[in-house]
Design a protein around this ligand. Structure first.
Ligand code: T3D
Length: 263
């Protein structure tokens, strides 16, 4: 597929997907959704890819849906936003969350609407100090989507989730870090390098084991302790059959650095 609205590269196990409609603050149109979906399918298929880094070009990370793509002139039929969510946003969130490898999101600037919730479907979120998160939906008569009504109360508690969603205020990156919405704030100039450093490290680690960690922690948000203990048992059984487990234990016993293959 010819990529018009995103940049994509793979180097040493690190796939980098950068949203690239900077004049529109990387807001999503159908074409960009299609490209992102294609690339995520490729990342999932390619055993060489061991970590995904998601970011944006220009001064914004993503302003959610491209509102210029919506015909709201008087008399025009109402767009079926449910269809848009079903076709585009829900598959994107599921794809990121279910990807069996770590997904890093480097939020390089303002993240609004769906753009504020996409990072919350990723595993490690770094944000530039100047970045901000805006649940902009309430300002145009919509509700948070892209999993926002699920992730927000779990990350920051119901009181803050409601304030963010009902008021649509701008949450600065430092506050987002303090509230536990994201992992870490870094200086703007260091964002890309810090995210790459993290990605390069993760690309050398036991990818299959990391995927099981991701799966178990994601599941824990809905499970009882009993269910989670059972899941840990089942996933640890799978982990114990991996080549990387063998390598990790051997390297420890032989007092050398392990070489993980990701399987
Ligand atoms: O429709 C469906 O499929 C349902 C699903 C919906 C998911 C959603 O994401 S709904 C929410 C959509 N997003 C928004 O409501 C956010 C709209 N944008 C903003 O509120 C502001 O742009 C920001 C707070 C993000 C940034 O403000 P600021 O002052 O830094 O920048 P700006 O001047 O507003 O924007 C810069 C340019 O980007 C500007 O274009 P121009 O005037 O320079 O030609 C602006 O129109 C454009 N832009 C920003 N956001 C969008 C956008 N263009 C289209 N769609 C956008 N969402």
């Amino acid at each position: 597929m010819n990529l018009e609205h995103i940049l994509f590269s793979i180097e040493a196990g690190v796939a980098i997907l950068s949203l690239n409609r900077p004049e529109q603050l990387n807001s999503f149109n159908a074409r960009m959704h299609g490209e992102v979906q294609e690339v995520l399918k490729r990342v999932r298929r390619d055993a060489e890819v061991r970590v995904l880094l998601l970011t944006g070009e220009g001064r914004g990370f993503c302003a959610g849906q491209d509102l210029a793509d919506r015909n709201v002139t008087p008399g025009a039929a109402a767009p079926d936003l449910g269809e848009s969510i079903e076709k585009f946003y829900n598959p994107l969130i599921r794809a990121l969350r279910d990807l069996p490898l770590p997904v890093i999101c480097a939020v390089n600037g303002v993240a609004a609407g769906a753009g504020a919730n996409i990072p919350l479907a990723c595993d490690l979120v770094l944000a530039a100090r100047s970045a901000s998160f805006i649940q902009a939906f309430c300002k145009i008569g919509l509700l948070p989507d892209s999993g926002g009504t699920w992730t927000l109360p779990r990350h920051v508690g119901m009181a803050r989730a409601k304030a963010l969603s009902l008021l649509g205020g701008r949450l600065c990156a430092e506050q987002a870090e303090q509230w536990g919405l994201i992992y870490r704030v870094v200086d703007d100039a260091d964002l890309r390098e810090e995210a790459l450093k993290l990605a390069r490290h993760l690309a050398t680690q036991p990818t299959y084991g990391l995927a099981l960690i991701k799966r178990s922690l994601n599941a824990s948000l809905n499970n009882s302790l009993d269910e989670q203990l059972d899941l840990e048992r089942d996933l640890q059984r799978l982990a114990g059959h991996s080549e990387d487990y063998r390598e990790g234990v051997s390297a420890f016993l032989e007092k050398r650095t392990p070489t993980f293959k990701g399987r």
